[in-house]
Design a binder for this molecule. Structure first.
Ligand SMILES: C[S@@+](CC[C@H](N)C(=O)[O-])C[C@H]1O[C@@H](n2cnc3c(N)ncnc32)[C@H](O)[C@@H]1O
Length: 168
């Protein structure tokens, strides 16, 4: 039997992408600090994929290890890691990627309103290239826009889309 590839979702929320990865045949480690998110994920456990889903309720700041992985995904979650733990978290992510593995994540840049207000940790393109110097960058795009948050209030967004592949 071929080995089942392992994906990690960092800050998985209610698990929409986790469910898609499981559906696609991956094993998934789903990580989030939020109890509500984890409870939603547990409903996935009742399906026939329970042996491929590991749920970790923990904060990024408390993480000390990530298993070797084939894919790491994180959408709009990593910026909420506290600044003092951010570099260490990036080190764990980089180490976890097996040769040929893909990281697909979004980050906030320094011009983001939440970063400027100290509510999120910002990075520059050059920081990402440094954190992931063992990877080839496949996609790095910065987008800035004024757009509403989920509560309808306007916010200046500075988002970095980052996809990288660990070199062999
Ligand atoms: C904006 S939501 C995104 C959720 C999901 N990735 C999605 O796209 O729907 C951010 C998620 O990150 C989680 N999160 C925020 N700070 C975190 C931290 N320090 N450690 C672990 N998870 C965190 C939140 O609980 C939340 O589920």
């Amino acid at each position: 039997m071929p080995e089942v590839p392992l994906a990690i979702d960092l800050g998985c929320g209610i698990g929409i992408e986790v469910a898609a990865l499981l559906e696609d045949g991956w094993s998934v480690v789903a990580i989030d600090q939020n109890v509500g998110a984890i409870e939603a994920l547990k409903s996935l456990k009742s399906q026939d994929i329970s042996d491929r889903l590991q749920i970790l309720q923990t904060s990024f700041e408390e993480l000390s290890h990530l298993p070797p992985s084939d894919f790491i995904f994180s959408f709009h979650s990593l910026p909420f890691c506290k600044a003092e733990s951010f570099k260490s978290l990036m080190g764990l992510v980089s180490q976890s990627l097996k040769p040929g593995a893909i990281l697909a994540a979004t980050f906030f840049g320094p011009s983001d309103d939440w970063v400027k207000a100290g509510k999120a940790t910002g990075v520059r393109s050059v920081d990402l290239k440094s954190f992931f110097s063992s990877c080839d960058v496949l996609h790095l795009q910065e987008n800035e826009m004024d757009a509403p948050m989920t509560n309808g209030a306007m916010k200046h967004w500075h988002i970095l889309e980052f996809i990288a592949k660990k070199r062999a």
